[in-house]
Design a protein around this ligand. Structure first.
Ligand code: IVH
Length: 702
């Protein structure tokens, strides 16, 4: 359990921040696994969000401490459910980070001591750019590319072979004297130019734009449809290896040169250095070329050249003693803060955004930066018109470190954070937290009378994990809202009918045509039927993320029952209220938020109107005739005919409930080879156990 009252982020020392980020990375990863893999979340969504927000806040203050395994670097939800899993024969571990020249020389000193080398003996170390992409393991058998896997948690990644096959820079066949078996490891990335062109295309098509090239590369690689990956220009550098029974050389440099001779792209800036001074000189050279490279790098990687020494040095925890990632410090620049704008989010949160005179920070033009919240602005005494120091590192939104006192205009006035919503003028308040402390966030109390909240809610409603209406991205929603084509969620479903009689038809709008309109209407039609969990999530109730929505959907089964019970729980006492609070994963904060949502007549109207146009399928109603309908099933051990995610999806399609652990409520345990404690639990509770083949026979899909 985490501390109840954590140290405010602004008071953390760098050591405390580093330790806490490590702890948060582990903790959040554990929750992701529980949620995505075991479907058994350990904490409510709201608590999970607090962890993520804390992680983000610490990273924003200490960008140089952002970890390889940081939750903020994982795209989307982290573990993807759609690809098959690949267990890495040799784990894909990460490098220890260094931030200073001293860290680099300590690294070399440690190696010398570990190997017991005398001062006269040179230690050759390679230095090369640290590419900011995603690592990949490519398995070649008899020179042919047979498998590509992402890093995943380092031990198990996702099978993305079909997608990697579409990347021109990845050879499908190795040339020259490549051995029978070799796993080549390296980085998939996207160039700046390709990234900009992709985002232009995405924006024009009304699709999501990516925050940076690394996210774009990851998003492109993890497409279910490999045709989409093929249309996105991904690149590759090889820099390491996994399973490799026979190596072509006995040095790091030698192996990388052999990789190049086999047709694999290698980085031209890799250099062999004989001393710390040479390493640092090369570090500075690479840093000076950073902005012109045309792709993102975030440091320089040092590796002991002799492979026999690498072998002897081995690993400490999850990083090799023979390697170091010498990270670049966060880029800083000075510019003028022209204005502080307040953005209003879906739940009414007022977020201050600094509008800056455009400035290049580490090769990227920055025009906006976060100011976090009103306390932060007051603490730093940032004022409109100030010359400020902006810092940008990796993925995080640029932030303002402080102002330059000498440059403050004489008439600059302290910033007064608005007490009213700038969009609807309703009161904006800071709620009181437990213990009497005020929430850091000020919120608009306008709810659905606030246009900003409405439009944000609409965006959420149509978004990928909610109604997932293709072609109705954030930009289009904002346009349709402004033009009064869509004001409420149900308007989406009457759009086509209204369009028929409209004076200015959609197909005549700029950027639209007959085909794109037909496509949009088709996408909307496809969502006239939706599962209850998605429906609940789409409502955008505060604190109700996907996990919570799923828990509610499971507990109430049908939309009618859910709706009725939430209204019955309104007085916050009695059976309905107790039942809501008793649901696994629903804490009081969430329960209150849901009940408050349904307590608002305008929210109930939104739901009622929507239900006139969409059919909500209950989770159980997906299948009632299959032999496993209504049963609670647990899968354990290795499955050979399907991935764990496929198994789960199949069981759910057949009306079963899939659980991550065996209890007396479990009806069936499907156990593959290697099953352990769950098998024992099944025996203890007398749960029926069958193997994978028997499962297929049972459900009639053998
Ligand atoms: S060598 C034992 N070389 O950085 C790990 N990694 O923290 C050996 N990376 O996950 C990795 N550029 O994704 C290596 N030139 C480079 C790299 C590099 C980027 C990434 C890689 C890895 C992480 C290590």
């Amino acid at each position: 359990m985490r501390r109840k009252a954590p140290t405010p982020v602004e008071d953390l020392t760098i050591m405390e921040a580093s330790a806490e980020l490590a702890e948060l990375a582990g903790e959040i990863a554990r929750h992701d696994r529980a949620y995505f893999e075991q479907d058994a979340p350990i904490i409510p969504d709201a608590e999970y969000d607090v962890l993520r927000q804390r992680n983000e806040a610490i990273e924003a203050r200490f960008p140089e401490l952002i970890r390889e395994d940081s939750p903020s670097r994982r795209v989307g939800a982290g573990v993807v459910e759609k690809f098959g899993k690949v267990r890495h024969a040799v784990p894909m571990l990460s490098l220890a980070n260094g931030f200073s020249d001293e860290d680099a020389s300590d690294f070399v000193g440690r190696i010398r001591r570990f190997l017991n080398l005398d001062d006269a003996q040179p230690v050759d170390i390679t230095a090369e750019p640290k590419i900011d992409g995603l690592s990949i393991s490519l398995r070649y058998e008899n020179r042919k590319l047979v498998q590509a896997a992402t890093r995943g948690d380092g031990f198990e990644g996702e099978n993305v072979t079909a997608n990697v096959m579409t990347i021109a820079q990845v050879p499908k066949r190795l040339k020259g004297d490549a051995p029978e078996i070799v796993e080549v490891r390296g980085e998939i990335y996207m160039s700046h130019a390709d990234f900009a062109a992709l985002n232009d295309r995405q924006a024009q098509a009304g699709e999501k734009v990516f925050a940076n090239p690394r996210n774009a590369a990851a998003g492109s690689l993890r497409q279910l449809d490999s045709a989409i990956t093929a249309a996105r220009p991904l690149r590759f550098f090889a820099y390491a290896w996994g399973e490799a029974p026979v190596l072509p050389a006995d040095t790091q440099m030698g192996v990388i040169e052999a990789f190049a001779s086999w047709g694999l792209p290698t980085n031209p800036l890799m250099k062999l250095c004989g001393s710390v001074e040479e390493l640092l000189a090369h570090y500075r050279l690479i840093e000076s070329q950073r902005a012109e490279l045309g792709y993102d790098i975030d440091g320089v990687v040092y590796k002991v050249n002799r492979l026999d020494w690498q072998q002897r040095l081995g690993f400490v925890s999850r990083s090799p003693r023979w390697g170091l990632a010498h990270k670049f410090s966060a880029e800083k620049a000075m510019t003028v803060l022209e204005k502080i704008d307040i953005q209003v989010g879906r739940t009414g949160a007022l977020t201050p955004v600094a509008r800056l005179k455009p400035v290049t920070v580490g090769g990227v033009v920055v025009t906006n930066a976060t100011l976090h919240n009103e306390d932060e602005i007051a603490r730093k005494d940032i004022r409109e018109g100030d010359t400020v120091i902006v810092q940008r590192a990796g993925d995080v939104i640029p932030q303002i470190l402080g102002f330059v006192a000498e440059k403050r205009p004489v008439d600059a006035k302290p910033y007064h954070f608005p007490q009213e919503c700038p969009v609807c003028q309703s009161h904006a308040v800071r709620e009181e937290r437990a213990g009497g402390k005020l929430d850091a966030v000020r919120r608009c109390t306008g709810g659905l009378i606030c246009a900003a909240q409405r439009v944000e809610r609409l965006k959420h409603f149509a978004s990928r994990n909610a109604f997932d209406i293709e072609g109705l991205g954030d930009k289009i929603i904002a346009e349709f809202y402004a033009d009064e084509l869509i004001q409420w969620p149900h308007d989406i479903f009457t759009l086509e009918a209204r369009d028929k009689g409209a004076l200015k038809r959609l197909k005549n709008r700029e950027g639209w045509g007959e085909a794109s309109v037909a496509k949009l209407f088709e996408a909307i039609d496809q969502r006239r039927s939706i599962a209850l969990d998605r429906f609940i999530f789409a409502l955008g109730i505060r604190h109700v993320g996907e996990t919570t929505a799923r828990a509610l959907a499971r507990a109430y089964g049908t939309v009618a029952h859910f709706h009725e019970q939430m209204i019955a729980a309104g007085p916050m006492e009695g059976d309905a209220w107790n039942e809501l609070n008793a649901i696994d994963g629903i804490g009081e904060v969430v329960a209150e938020a849901v009940v408050q949502f349904f307590g608002e007549p305008h929210n109930r109207d939104v739901v009622d109107e929507l239900l006139k146009h969409v059919t909500v399928t209950s989770l159980e109603a997906r299948s009632t005739t299959s032999p496993v309908a209504g049963k609670t099933v647990v899968f354990t051990g290795a499955l050979e005919r399907m991935t764990r995610d496929e198994a789960k999806a199949m069981a759910e399609r057949l009306g079963a409930k899939v659980s991550g652990s065996v209890s007396k409520k479990t009806d069936l345990l499907v156990a593959g080879p290697g099953a352990g404690s769950k098998l024992k639990d099944a025996e203890k509770y007398g749960v029926e156990v069958i193997d994978e083949n028997a499962w297929f026979e049972r459900v009639g899909e053998a």
